[in-house]
Design a protein around this ligand. Structure first.
Ligand SMILES: Cc1ncc(COP(=O)(O)O)c(C=O)c1O
Length: 467
């Protein structure tokens, strides 16, 4: 049976939002009638309901809260006005179960020991904080002054990116919950590879949804996922479309399947959970900085797709107000071209895939297709927590174009012998603008979120390498 609408894929008793759902909506955004009309009258597709976004809702939003007055701890469901759980009632019990287990494992010594061992012996942590001497020299001015640039080498993780930090931990939660399979969506393929590897290690079946357009660009990761035993299901489109399909698949198999989210978006507790498992990046950075120069970093820079590598690095330092936090989004062909993925720079607030955040959307609240040469940056929404850090001014957000990212990628190859992913290259690209503004000796840490092996086809196409 085709499963195009909630009524065709779920028993009718579960289609209609209960008063619980509506009151949550009300608490979150105060306009339950709009959602009631959409859900009850129009019998929408699962994609439509999980991808809900509306200008009308936006008009009801309250002013952002200040950083100090709003919790951003582990159990936080909302980050100021952002986050929440805007999902059909059928998902609430499942999300609550995951949240309860997540809270348990945080204090469970056995889980923590197993995770620490896996991160050390399987993932390969800790990752180095590498002093990029020649890159540092490159950015010195004619008096020989400039910042010191360090790279947090997440590209050296098993699988080639930061994604495995979270995938292994969530796969362990799935196993504890008695699930036999995991389902995930991937854009650049890095989360797909990480999930496939974690599932193989833990004996879980694995299904990965991937956009057909992303499959073409990231074909090496597609093969790796298959080699690792995952079923890969193609979805017309990109990462956002694959995410909708993965959620649809999960909805149909809630008893046996676990939705292994790869980034800090989606309904609570998914953003907090992924953030928590990625925060190892910042914790290590703090310790390594202390060992290397006896202090904190002055500036942290990370690319922002949906936000997991950025928050992973930033989270440890949010309360250290003397540390600048800088996120760099994909400006694609340029912000004015309309072909970019700069959600924080150019988006408006709305609800998508179950949570409120900044979103790329048109005047009618319809999602605008994101674009970046960094496949993993192409998502129309973004982390609720990063949305909150933008509103409170605690983090700064800038953009880098495709061309700037390609140049930065090539520069790192030539100066340091490191091939960064095109996603991470956006963070590196921002150094061009940042470095001349910094006092000499400023300690800058750039998150090298992944390695660029998967991007050689694109680099070849753009004549950055030849046969
Ligand atoms: C190497 C790499 N960096 C960054 C990203 C962007 O995701 P996020 O913003 O969640 O870190 C991706 C996504 O696939 C990725 O593969």
């Amino acid at each position: 049976m085709a499963c195009n609408t909630l009524s065709t894929c779920l028993p009718s008793a579960q289609i209609y939002p209960s008063t619980g759902f509506l009151s949550r909506v009300k608490r979150g955004i105060g306009n339950a009638s709009v959602i009631r009309a959409v859900v009850v009258d129009r019998n929408p597709s699962v994609k439509e309901i999980t991808g809900f976004s509306s200008l009308i809702l936006r008009k009801t939003l309250t002013k952002p809260a200040v950083l100090e007055t709003v919790g951003r701890g582990i159990g936080t469901e909302k980050f100021g006005r952002f986050g929440g759980k805007y999902v059909p009632e059928i998902l609430i019990a499942c999300l609550n179960e995951i949240e309860a287990e997540f809270n348990l494992v945080l204090r469970d010594a056995e889980f923590q020991d197993e995770l620490a061992t896996a991160l050390r012996d399987y993932v390969g942590r800790e990752t180095p904080l590498y002093f990029a001497q020649r890159l540092t020299n490159h950015f010195k001015d004619n008096k020989g002054e400039g910042p010191d640039i360090y790279l947090k080498r997440e590209d050296l993780n098993h699988g080639g990116a930061h994604k495995i930090n979270n995938a292994i931990a969530q796969a362990m939660i799935a196993r504890r919950l008695g699930r036999t399979s995991a389902v995930a969506a991937t854009g650049a393929g890095q989360h797909g590879v990480a999930t496939a590897a974690a599932c193989a290690k833990l004996g879980l079946e694995c299904t990965i949804f991937m956009g057909t357009k992303d499959m073409e660009k990231q074909s090496s990761n597609l093969f790796l996922m298959k080699l690792l035993g995952a079923k890969v299901k193609p979805v017309d489109g990109h990462f956002k479309d694959a995410t909708s399909e993965a959620i649809r698949d999960w909805l149909a198999n809630l008893e046996t399947s676990y939705y292994l989210s790869g980034t800090v978006v989606g309904p609570h507790p998914l953003p907090s959970m992924v953030r928590e498992f990625q925060s190892v990046i910042g914790k290590e950075t703090r310790r390594q900085a202390m060992e290397k120069w006896g202090g904190k970093p002055d500036v942290l820079v990370a690319c922002v797709g949906s936000g997991s590598n950025a928050l992973g690095l930033f989270h440890e330092f949010i309360d250290s107000k003397d540390v600048r936090l800088i996120g760099v989004e994909g400006a694609g062909f340029g912000l004015e071209s309309g072909r970019h993925s700069a959600t924080l720079a150019r988006g408006d607030v709305g609800v998508y895939h179950g949570a409120m955040s900044y979103l790329l959307q048109d005047e009618e609240g319809q999602i605008v297709e994101p674009y970046s040469i960094g496949t993993g940056l192409q998502y129309p929404g973004v982390s609720p927590e990063l949305s909150f850090l933008k509103d409170t001014g605690r983090a700064e957000f800038y953009t880098a174009t495709d061309q700037e990212a390609l140049d930065a990628c090539q520069l790192l190859c030539r100066l340091e012998g490191i091939i960064p992913s095109l996603e991470a290259s956006h963070a590196l690209a921002f150094l061009n603008k940042l470095c001349p503004t910094l006092p000499s000796g400023t300690k800058v840490v750039v998150n090298c979120s992944g390695r660029g092996d998967k991007d050689v086809g694109t680099l070849f196409e753009h004549k950055r390498c030849s046969m």
